[in-house]
Structures are given as structure tokens and as C-alpha cells.
Design a protein around this ligand. Structure first.
Ligand code: ADP
Ligand code: MG
Ligand code: ZN
Length: 613
């Protein structure tokens, strides 16, 4: 959900009404004209007859026509025209018929009308278009601000009712909620804090991976706080004109101080708050904006009750000056939810959806380890869509199960044509993973094995779900994980004596894990507890950069290779010892395409391990 409050703007119909009024105006001036000209046409002969009979009363000779009024048999006066003939005796006839007549010098229809049509109408249209364009432009530049007020902050003032979000809508982020509640509480009742002498933090920074509910939390604060809430996104400060950002910041804080006590929320603050020292890509406009922000944050009196909230998923890229006490001196982590949090988030989102009464949310939460609130919301929605697709009135457990896979691995590729030989290889590959996982201690139980391809590119996968959530991983568990990852390839080698590209993803993951063990977790004898790599942005993918000499890096590579080689060999050994079972399971999978955890466990229980791994 994005910000759902837009500033009230004049709807398009406003312009239609203006045009309509102008048209009506013109019309009302034209109508008398037109009605006067609503006239009968007669031929010249009839005109002469009428003239002789004395019915004609008044005659007007125009350039090409003669217009005249005449009384008909009923005594009603009508207006007639007839073509002008080259009739030299006309004047005599008219005189003898005793009618008033005259010639009209051709001239423009009406000075007022022609002025209206010639000048005013284009002017009105022109101004109208100009206004529209200006509005569009300013909308792009800065929202609801008036036409010429470039540089005005376009922070929207939310009030409680507008976001419609409260802390009840945010699940699982209890620590973050507690920290923010305190701020809301202070703004409600500052005296309570003043009595003791406690100072409120000037600013709080919400940090966490994308989709964990930072923006949602800020909206909830807006809903809970009974004070004005200004919300603006960092990118909105940086616009096309130099100096605009700084002036926006100034304006925002001016507004905020006028409305104090109030809350100012700057979303995605990294857009303006990046470190300034980067010579290569220095950006004057951004630096100016940041400097202005720093100045304003120092300038205002915190006791007045202006609290700045900001959100980012790149805290490490923020300028140190922003983070020092007195500015954003409080940091509120909004982390990926744990299993309890995930269950709570699922329940919050399930409230708006018709769910079967016996849904096991805990099972879904367990199977979605590592997902964010946004993904969980998406899972509920995908499940609802699936229920609709099958014409059911409520969402069932299997919809949720399928939705997890949809969100994590993409949709089923029903149309994919895969040859029988390839299907066989994929089956062995997946059973390799599953079998090795099952034969190792301290390895998560297999939840599902499938060879139905997905739009993400996966040709099949083995899902493992832990019975409860782990916060620590032992060296053995990590090593077992790598072993499981190498087992797909090991099965292909054992059965077909060939290697395929199907293991590319496994290889990537295994290498990454082994590397982490060596460089960051101190799980390699040779390096003891040395950090050889640093994480760059923990919340966005977590890519790393080396922090060691080239020689050490070369040794790191050797150690990583050793771990993987060892794991690969072990996987091969396990499979070799259980080759019969491998064939049986692979044939079963090939036939059924999907095996559930229960089916798999049942088969494994009939075949106790021969070697103790
Ligand atoms: P971000 O941290 O990237 O700002 P958002 O606040 O925009 O994430 O979250 C996106 C959506 O994900 C929310 O609108 C909400 O539907 C869902 N969501 C994320 N976290 C939670 C949560 N803790 N509880 C309930 N819903 C959540
Ligand atoms: Mg956000
Ligand atoms: Zn694999």
C-alpha cells in the first residue's frame, strides 16, 4: 500500500463547467439573432403578389436578398426573404404599396458577437489550457501547491481518519510499535514527560529491509497520533530545479513548526541523506538539500513537539551527521518477522478475506521463513485469487500452500514441454536433495518435492520446513545445508554419469554459504575469528566486499572450495549407500510430479538408514 491520501485537487469537471458556461453565454447572445432569421423563403413572384395585396409591411433590401415582414391570412406577422432581382421597378412598387423600406449596408453581424467570438473565446480557451498545463506541471513538481509556488513543500497533512491505519494493522513488529507509541504518547501528553525532565528524541529512524512495514508503521502513527502528520518521500525533495529541495525542506519545517505539536515523516530518506564525501558522484542539489535538512533539524526546538520520523532500508549509506544525537538519535529496527510475527501478519491480512474456519496459520508461517510482511500480504491475496479461480467461496489451506510457492517461486508453467529424459533427470536431482536432507541429522524435514516447473525458471524444487525457528546455526547445520545443496548434482552423476546445468542455482547458494562460513562466521580453522568480508547493505541483498589482502583472498577461495568439495563427496556417499531407495523415490516422483512431506516421510520410515551419517 502506498500513501493513500492525495491533496484535494479540482477535478477535470471543473474545466468542463467553465467551457459550458462560456458556450451558454455565447448561445444566449446568438439566440435572438438566430430567431430573427428564422424565416420563410419565398420566390420573387410571391413577394410581388404579397406586395400587391398589401400584406407587406416593411422591406429591407440586403446585398443579395430582400427581407420583409408581411401579414398572412390569419393576421400574423411573419418574416420572409426572397432573392434580390435586378428589378428597376421595385422602388416604384414599394412606394406605391406604401411600405417602409431601406437598404442595409453589408456589415459584420454584430460588434459584440464578433468581439466575443474573435477575441474573448480564444482568450478563454487559451487561459484554460494554460491553467491545465500549469496544474499538470506543478503536480509533477510539487503536488497540491498553487500554480506558481515552485519550491513549496508538498508534504501532505494526514489526519487520523485519513490513513485509516492504526497500530492494530501492524503485526509482529512489537518493539518498533512500542518505540513509536512512546512518541505518540509524548505528543498527547507532553507534561508527563516534562515533569521528570525527560526530553523527547527529536527524530527516530525506522530501518529495515523492504516490505517489513516501515511506511505502514508511519501511517499507523499518523492514525494514532491526534496531531497533524506531515508525510513526504525523500525523492520528492530532489527535483529538476536546483535549490528546490532546500527550499522545500525550509518550507516543510516552517509549516511543521506552525502546526506543532506534530509529526513529520520522511520516507526513503536515503534519497537525500546519502553520505556527502563521495567525490565522484557529487550532487550539489542533493547536498544542498541535506545541509538544509541538517540545519533545520538543529534549528527547531524539540520541546515544542515536532518529531521527525524517517524510514530507510540503507542506513549504512546515510550521512553520519544525520545520525548523531540531536538529529535522528533513535533508531527503530523493523526487521523481517519471526514465525510468531509472520503468523500475526497472516492473520491481520486474512481478516479482509473469507477464510475457511480450519486454516492452520502456524504451518504457513513456518513455511515462509525469511519473508517480509509485504510478501505475506501477497500470499494471502494470491490464495484468495486462487480460490476465486476455482469458483470457491472461501480460501482453503491448499490455496495458501500453493500461494507460498507462487510468491516464492513464481507461477506453475503448465505449458512447459519437458522431454521424458529431462523429467527423469530432474526427478533424480530433486530426490537427491530430499534423500540427503533426510539422511542427515539436524537438517530441516522435507515438506514437499515437486517437478512442476515454475515461471521463476525453477524446473523443480525440494521444500524444507523447520519445525521451529532457529536463531543460531551451528557449523554442522550449515555444512549439512551445503551437502543438501550439492546432492542434486550428486544424484545426476551417480545415476546418469553426467552433469547438467540444472544445478546452477544450487551451486550459487552453496558457494555463498561456504564463503560466509569462511569470511564472516569464523568457521574455518585457518582464519580463526577474522572478518575477511564486510556486508555493504544488510537490508538490500546483503552484497559483500572483501576486506583482506589478495593473498588471503586466494586462500579464502581454496578454503571455500575445500568445504564444497567435502560436502559434495559426502552427498555422493550418502546417495551411493541408498541407491535403491533413490531409484524408488525418483520413479515415484516422476509418476506423481509432486510428493508431500508425509508421503516422503512414510517411505523413509520404511527404509531406515544403512549408514549413520
Ligand atoms: P516498507 O518497509 O518497505 O515501507 P511497507 O510499509 O510499504 O513496507 O509495507 C508494504 C505492505 O506490506 C503493507 O502495506 C502491508 O500490507 C504489508 N505489511 C508489511 N509489514 C507488515 C506488518 N508488520 N503487519 C501487517 N502488514 C504488513
Ligand atoms: Mg516504504
Ligand atoms: Zn537442485
Amino acid at each position: 500500500m502506498k500513501k493513500d491520501v492525495t491533496p484535494p485537487k479540482k477535478p477535470l469537471i471543473f474545466y468542463y463547467i467553465i467551457v459550458l458556461v462560456v458556450l451558454l453565454l455565447i448561445n444566449s447572445m446568438l439566440v435572438p439573432y438566430i430567431s430573427k432569421v428564422s424565416i420563410k423563403e419565398v420566390n420573387y413572384n410571391d413577394f410581388l403578389d404579397m406586395l400587391e395585396s398589401g400584406a407587406v409591411q416593411e422591406v429591407q433590401i440586403n446585398e443579395n436578398t430582400i427581407a420583409f415582414s408581411a401579414m398572412d391570412e390569419d393576421g400574423l406577422i411573419g418574416i420572409y426573404t426572397t432573392g434580390l432581382m435586378n428589378d428597376s421597378s421595385l422602388v416604384d412598387r414599394l412606394r406605391s404599396a406604401n411600405v417602409t423600406f431601406g437598404q442595409v449596408v453589408p456589415e459584420e453581424a454584430s460588434p459584440v458577437l464578433s468581439f466575443l467570438l474573435g477575441w474573448l473565446l480564444p482568450l478563454v480557451v487559451f487561459i484554460g489550457i494554460g491553467q491545465l498545463m500549469m496544474r499538470k506541471l506543478t503536480n509533477k513538481l510539487g503536488g497540491g501547491a498553487g500554480a506558481m509556488s515552485f519550491g513549496k513543500s508538498n508534504a501532505k497533512v494526514y489526519v487520523a481518519a485519513q490513513t485509516g491505519k492504526t497500530f492494530a494493522d501492524v503485526a509482529g513488529e512489537d518493539e518498533a510499535k512500542a518505540a513509536l507509541k512512546e512518541i505518540v504518547d509524548f505528543l498527547h501528553d507532553p507534561d508527563k514527560y516534562k515533569e521528570i525532565g525527560a526530553k523527547l528524541p527529536k527524530g527516530a529512524l525506522l530501518v529495515g529491509p523492504p516490505g517489513t512495514g516501515k511506511t505502514l508503521l508511519a501511517q499507523a502513527v499518523a492514525g494514532e497520533a491526534k496531531v497533524p502528520f506531515f508525510s513526504i518521500s525523500g525523492s520528492e525533495f530532489v527535483e529538476m530545479f536546483v535549490g528546490m529541495g532546500a527550499s522545500r525542506v525550509r518550507d516543510l519545517f516552517k509549516q511543521a513548526q506552525e502546526k506543532a505539536p506534530c509529526i513529520v515523516f520522511i520516507d526513503e530518506i536515503d534519497a537525500i541523506g546519502k553520505k556527502r564525501d563521495n567525490g565522484m558522484s557529487s550532487n550539489d542539489e542533493r547536498e544542498q538539500t541535506l545541509n538544509q535538512l541538517l540545519t533545520e533539524m538543529d534549528g527547531f526546538d524539540g520541546s515544542k513537539g515536532v518529531v521527525i520520523l524517517a524510514a530507510t532500508n540503507r542506513p549504512e549509506s546515510l550521512d553520519q551527521a544525520l545520525l548523531r544525537p540531536g538529529r535522528f538519535d533513535r533508531r527503530v529496527p523493523v526487521e523481517l518477522p519471526d514465525v510468531v510475527g509472520r503468523e500475526a501478519i497472516l492473520r491481520v491480512h486474512a481478516k479482509d478475506v473469507k477464510m475457511a474456519p480450519d486454516i492452520n496459520y502456524h504451518a504457513i508461517a513456518l513455511a515462509t521463513s525469511g519473508t517480509s510482511g509485504a510478501e505475506l500480504a501477497n500470499i494471502i491475496n494470491e490464495a484468495a485469487l486462487m480460490a476465486v479461480k476455482e469458483n470457491r467461496k472461501q480460501v482453503e489451506q491448499r490455496d495458501l500452500e500453493e500461494a507460498i510457492e507462487t510468491v516464492l517461486a513464481g507461477y506453475q508453467r503448465k505449458g512447459a514441454v519437458i522431454s521424458d529424459q529431462e523429467k527423469k533427470i530432474i526427478s533424480y536431482h530433486e530426490i537427491g536433495h530430499a534423500l540427503v536432507a533426510a539422511r542427515q541429522k539436524s537438517s530441516a524435514p522435507v515438506h514437499k518435492i515437486t517437478i512442476i516447473p515454475r515461471t521463476s525458471g525453477a524446473l523443480g524444487y525440494t521444500m524444507q520446513v523447520d519445525e521451529d525457528e532457529h536463531y543460531l546455526m551451528t557449523r554442522e547445520e550449515l555444512f549439512n545445508k551445503i551437502t543438501t545443496l550439492t546432492a542434486g548434482r550428486a544424484a545426476e552423476e551417480l545415476v546418469f554419469g553426467l552433469v547438467t546445468s540444472g544445478a546452477s542455482n544450487d551451486i550459487e547458494k552453496a558457494t555463498q554459504l561456504a564463503r560466509t562460513m569462511v569470511t564472516r562466521l569464523g568457521m574455518c580453522e585457518a582464519f580463526d575469528m577474522t572478518a575477511l568480508e564486510v556486508v555493504n547493505n544488510a537490508y538490500l541483498g546483503g552484497d559483500t566486499s572483501l576486506a583482506c589482502s589478495a593473498e588471503t583472498a586466494a586462500r579464502v577461495d581454496t578454503e571455500v572450495m575445500n568445504i564444497i568439495r567435502e560436502a559434495h563427496k559426502r552427498a555422493a556417499d550418502i546417495l551411493k549407500a541408498d541407491e535403491l531407495l533413490l531409484h524408488r523415490l525418483a520413479a515415484f516422483l516422476l509418476e506423481k510430479e509432486t510428493i508431500t512431506g508425509e508421503e516422503f516421510t512414510a517411505i523413509m520410515e520404511q527404509n531406515p538408514p544403512r549408514i549413520e551419517a
